[in-house]
Design a protein around this ligand. Structure first.
Ligand code: AMP
Ligand code: ZN
Length: 663
């Protein structure tokens, strides 16, 4: 291959990876590998300027703008950053800088947060717009979604400039990410892969109330604008913090490359204590005057440099691939590894996701594999050391039948996961469903834990959640570790679960895709299980926010004879399978079809109560005013921008008393 072909191939490869990464949100190589390829291309292009291409991946920042959010051209371009990986890289950079500016150079060191970059525009102290990076020149207007992020100030304090942009990162802290995934798993959905992609996906959700539910955070670090009255980067961080922005505290002023490296080494370890993911350090020339003199290349500022932490990788042997069966029957392949140290923990297992993933990376038992721990909670295998592979080995044969019950697996069109269809007879599914039924957000059965459920199933005392209500104290006392007292608690806990409201029972049934929120919607809409059972797919789709996937899943569940039998038994035992009479008495259809926006502080009821009253009476609460809004209920201190918008659109503004009269 000659140089030109080499360059073109790299460009093509990088373009594809860019597309996978930025447009599809599904990277197929690690950031480190990508950066290495990019560096390789940069070097080739530099030594062969005759092959210049204005569309080279080295000259652009990222993906294309796709979704139907409004496109906004950035007033100041959003650049990418050049990357460095060693002290030599940094010293080279410093030499280049010192040729271009006079005097001493000092640096601010900041952590490089791994999230979705965002540019916020403020005018007269109010948030005007939030735009994603997009391709750096123009991005998507995601203001409505960003406004739901609690750490983004909607109004500023102090002596801020009249107009400026501030840039930073929208991140999803590990804890909130893990919680979201637990909820998805509980609803029988596939968990999200990592916090970064989930954060950026969250900004593009159509429904901003969905974004609001996600524990996103916004970290800011860069002010842009004219005449801001600031002379250094460090000062700008301090000022922005004072105006009410969440500016990370970890930034540090360094006088030399050695001091920069001290900061890098410190945080390479300490970052593990942070609540969110970081993937390096960003080093910026502190003096803004010097920054201006240095300017930008086609891709990045000359005054800044990223120093990437090495993604933590380990090499180990894959001993065996085993398969787990979830409560919905979904099969997850798991790599059982020779234990190895990685990022401070011993890793024995890694997720292999699904059959496609195994095939794509050509992973086989007894391979020597590379394991990485990025934002994911569970480490993943990123590649195989093919030089160490046994010549006699063959491609992994994915299982065709369930490892637990031997039933032939199915794979639905368009789905990545295989399923065991033996809903009624497959032990981990049986146990998983009962464990879900008793979990805190469902029937919350005190005195009964997951292990006891497994034991009860093993002893053949129960085989579904309705059987719980037939359990007798005498049956459980002989069980291992079961004392008189704990047996009493167990029976009592089961009895008490009969008071749990319908919506939580509905969630507890474990219908695929029916999570907490969907269960609540369905319960409020249909009011009883018999009404849901009678609903057709078309009826279901007509319910607010119920899509075809959920509707089909609900139908499939209740079309099954054994499931309907289970429900009948629950009804006979006295479990709440309709909205209770006194609750129903507080609910009307008075506000059906009406959309309310609530703003300000109220005297007679709290905001939460007010919203509940709206929903209980059939109305809908929305967080932003649009032409679809029926009424704005205004309390004291209603926001001026809301007032203006309501007036502009001619929406009727009513008081708290007016509202109470309505119902
Ligand atoms: P890259 O996407 O690897 O070219 O890196 C550039 C991106 O790093 C920027 O667009 C920012 O979104 C992100 N970034 C994270 N932390 C910082 C920081 N402290 N300063 C500047 N950029 C940052
Ligand atoms: Zn099975």
């Amino acid at each position: 291959m000659n140089i030109e072909q080499q360059i073109n191939q790299l460009r093509e490869e990088l373009r594809q990876h860019n597309y996978n990464y930025y447009v599809l949100d599904a990277a197929t190589i690690s950031d480190y590998e990508f950066d290495m390829k990019l560096k390789e291309l940069q070097a080739l292009e530099e030594s062969h300027p005759e092959f210049y291409d204005a569309n080279s991946p080295t000259l652009r920042v990222g993906g294309e703008v796709t979704k139907n959010f409004d496109t906004v051209v950035h007033e100041y371009r959003m650049y990418s950053l050049d990357n460095s990986y060693s002290k030599e890289d940094l010293l080279d950079w410093e030499t280049r800088i010192k040729k271009m500016v006079d005097g001493d150079v000092s640096y601010t060191c900041e952590l490089k947060y791994d999230g979705a970059s965002i540019s916020l525009t403020y005018e007269n102290g109010e948030l005007l717009r939030a735009v994603t990076r997009g391709d750096g020149i123009q991005g998507d207007d995601v203001t409505t979604n960003v406004k739901t992020i609690k750490s983004v100030p909607l109004k500023l304090k102090g002596d801020y400039p009249p107009k400026f942009d501030i840039r930073g990162e929208i991140v999803l802290p590990y804890e909130g990410f893990a919680k979201m995934n637990q909820e998805r798993i509980a609803a029988g959905e596939e968990p999200y892969a990592n916090p970064r992609n989930t954060a950026s996906g969250s900004l593009k959700l159509q429904d901003s109330s969905e974004t609001a539910k996600r524990p996103l955070d916004c970290l800011l670090y860069n002010l842009v604008g004219d005449r801001l009255g600031i002379s250094t980067q460090y000062e700008s961080l301090e000022k922005a913090r004072k105006w009410g922005f969440k500016v990370p505290q970890e930034s540090h002023l360094a006088k030399s490359v050695d001091e920069v490296l001290e900061f890098v080494n410190l945080w390479d370890h300490k970052r593990r204590e942070l609540p969110y993911e970081t993937d390096g350090v960003v080093i910026k020339v502190n003096d803004l005057q010097q920054q201006e003199e240095l300017g930008f290349t086609a891709k990045a500022p000359r005054w800044a440099m990223a120093y990437k932490f090495k993604a933590e990788q380990a090499v180990t042997r894959l001993n065996e691939i085993t398969y787990q069966v979830g409560r919905t029957g979904a099969i997850t392949p798991v790599a059982n590894l020779e234990p190895v140290q990685l990022a401070g923990t011993t890793v024995k297992r890694a997720s292999l996701h699904n059959a496609d993933q195994i095939e794509k990376l050509d992973i086989r038992e007894e391979d020597i594999v590379f394991v990485e721990k990025g934002g994911e909670i569970i480490p993943k295998i990123v590649g195989v050391d093919f030089t160490k592979r046994d010549k006699d080995s063959g491609p992994t044969q994915y299982i065709t039948s369930c490892p637990e019950c031997d039933t032939e697996l199915i794979r639905k069109e368009g789905e990545a996961q295989h399923y065991c269809p033996n809903f009624q007879g497959c032990p981990p599914q049986i146990i998983g469903r009962i464990q879900h039924y008793i979990s805190r957000k469902a029937l919350d059965i005190e005195g009964l834990g997951g292990e006891t459920v497994a034991l009860l199933v093993k002893e053949r005392l129960i085989s579904n959640y309705a059987d719980l209500y037939d359990l007798k104290k005498e049956q459980v006392i002989p069980l291992e570790r079961m004392a008189e007292k704990s047996a009493d608690n167990l029976i009592e806990g089961i009895e008490k679960s009969k008071d749990i409201p319908f919506e939580r029972v509905l969630f507890g049934l474990g219908i695929r895709y029916v999570g907490e929120t969907v269960a609540k919607k369905l319960a409020r809409h249909y009011k009883s299980i018999s009404a849901i059972i009678a609903a057709t797919e078309e009826d279901l789709v007509n319910v607010d926010e119920i899509g075809i996937k959920i509707a089909q899943s609900v139908r499939e569940f209740f079309d099954s004879e054994p499931n309907r039998l289970l429900v009948d038994r629950l009804i006979q035992f006295g479990v709440q399978l309709e909205i209770s009479a006194d609750k129903l008495a507080n609910q009307t259809d008075t506000l059906n079809g009406q959309i309310f926006v609530v703003s300000g502080v109220f005297a007679k009821v709290s905001r939460t109560e007010l919203k509940k009253l709206i929903e209980d009476n059939g109305g809908k609460v929305s967080s932003s005013i649009s032409s679809k809004t029926t009424y704005v209920v205004a309390g004291e201190n209603m926001g001026p921008s809301k007032l203006e918008k309501a007036n502009k659109l001619g929406i009727t503004i009513i008081s708290e008393d007016d509202f109470l009269n309505l119902i």
